[in-house]
Design a protein around this ligand. Structure first.
Ligand SMILES: Cc1cc2nc3c(=O)[nH]c(=O)nc-3n(C[C@H](O)[C@H](O)[C@H](O)COP(=O)(O)O)c2cc1C
Ligand SMILES: [Fe+2]
Ligand SMILES: [Fe+2]
Length: 408
């Protein structure tokens, strides 16, 4: 990858995670990779905004790209650290050893983290205040605290003259970026759809828990005239930045109320008795033109289930009883949904049991504080009969009626 010019003397420095087995944050599969972007402003003083993770050859690659702008690491005068998470700051320790002069601009909350993560003394840093301006040659930087998008110390940097927002994790997405296809106007419609779906998965995996902060951040930035969004993961939005801004707003709002008119079904089955009703449920939903997304626990990765559940107004769980409780992999999946604050959903559960059941009681206890509207459940003993299938058809019909009133 080469260093890429964005506008004037503003450049993107970027790496892609090519290892298909790499788990982002140690949890999330990224079969299509993720880019880690930093930004360089070359001028009277040279500014670098965000670094890279210290994995693979990433620091070497960042160095090589900086050299592509005819600069050495030692030539950086100002280092802006929008976020101390190691995917962006992993190189900081080595960077500061090599470059002993750069002044670091970060939030007050980031300063102790500089020491803790990277052995960088507080004396090297200047704590920004919200809205603080810093003129560097022809560039007018302004810093905004945006706590919890994604860590408490996170901030964004805005360049006022060219109206560029360096948004860090916000407006980011999974997915590697191809050489010469770094801007939203350089990619096909198909690629647009891919990045938007990877943005949803990224949001659900990384940012969802902090949705109320995303809404607060969007409110704070709403009067900024933004012409270009330079996120720390994903493509640069210069043709139509409102696409990704609106996507993030929509994703954040799903946490508060209606979502899409979609249903995510998550199912588990040991011997197929619960699985036998899946098609019945799917048929009714399809007949009502409701998009259905089906995942199995165990089997499907929680990162994908989260993305689907996040955007769906409806969740249907199909799971049997296991030792008087929920089938364990499903219990784990539900726990994951609750940790990520998947809330405000219309919910139904179906499941087989052998003798007295127990899964439903466990399900209700574990989801008591979920904010889910549990509309009902249907259980049967052993294999489902035709009468069970008919009762399930009726239950799903009723469920669909409720769902329609609840969606955006
Ligand atoms: C390990 C194990 C534990 C089970 N525990 C219970 C239980 O506590 N209560 C109950 O009513 N049935 C229990 N069952 C029976 C299942 O719930 C029953 O076989 C059901 O039909 C399984 O549905 P499935 O084929 O969709 O997995 C258990 C079955 C297994 C294999
Ligand atoms: Fe982050
Ligand atoms: Fe990040």
């Amino acid at each position: 990858m080469h260093i890429k010019k964005i506008v004037d003397d503003v450049y993107r420095v970027s790496v892609n995670v090519e290892d298909k087995n790499y788990l982002f944050e140690g949890i999330w599969p990224i079969p299509h990779g993720i880019s880690i972007n930093g930004y360089l402003i070359k001028g009277e003083k040279n500014v670098l905004i965000d670094l890279t993770q210290n994995i693979f050859d990433f620091p070497k690659e960042f160095t090589r790209q900086i050299e592509g702008a005819k600069l050495e690491v030692e030539d950086i005068d100002i280092l802006v650290i929008n976020h101390m998470e190691p995917d962006h700051s992993g190189w900081l320790r080595e960077f500061c050893k090599k470059n002993t002069k750069a002044v670091i601009y970060c939030t007050k909350k980031a300063i102790p983290l500089l020491q803790a993560f990277s052995d960088v003394p507080a004396e090297r840093a200047i704590a920004i205040t919200d809205g603080m301006e810093l003129t560097v040659g022809d560039y007018e930087l302004q810093f905004f605290e945006t706590p919890n998008i994604h860590w408490p110390e996170t901030m964004m940097t805005y360049e006022r003259k060219r109206k560029i927002l360096f948004s860090c994790d916000a407006f980011g997405c999974y997915g590697n970026i191809e050489e010469d296809k770094i801007f939203d106007d350089q990619i096909s419609q198909e690629k647009h759809e891919f990045y938007e779906s990877e943005a949803l998965r990224y949001y659900a995996n990384i940012v969802a828990t902090f949705s109320s902060f995303v809404l607060r951040g969007l409110e704070k930035l709403k009067d900024l005239d933004i012409k270009i969004i330079c996120p720390s993961h994903g493509i640069i939005w210069r043709d139509n930045p409102s696409v990704i801004i609106n996507d993030y707003k929509r994703y954040a709002e799903y946490s508060k109320g209606p979502a899409e008119r979609d249903v995510t079904i998550i199912w588990s089955s040991m011997y197929g008795n619960t699985k036998q009703v899946l098609n019945t449920i799917i048929e009714v939903l399809r007949k009502r033109d409701i998009p259905v997304h089906v995942y199995q626990a165990p089997g499907d990765d929680a990162g994908y289930v989260l993305a689907s559940a996040w955007k769906s107004a409806g969740l249907i769980f199909c799971m049997p009883t296991y030792e008087y409780k929920m089938f364990p992999p499903m219990a784990q999946m539900i726990e994951e949904l609750l940790v990520k604050k998947v809330t405000n959903k219309k919910v139904y559960r179906f499941g087989s049991f052998g003798w007295v059941g127990g899964a439903q009681k466990d399900f209700e206890a574990k989801t008591e504080k979920s904010g889910w509207d549990i509309l009902g459940h249907y259980e049967w003993q052993g294999a489902p009969t035709e009468a069970d299938q008919e009762a399930i058809r009726t239950a799903v019909e009723g469920y669909c009626d409720t769902l329609i009133d609840f969606t955006k």
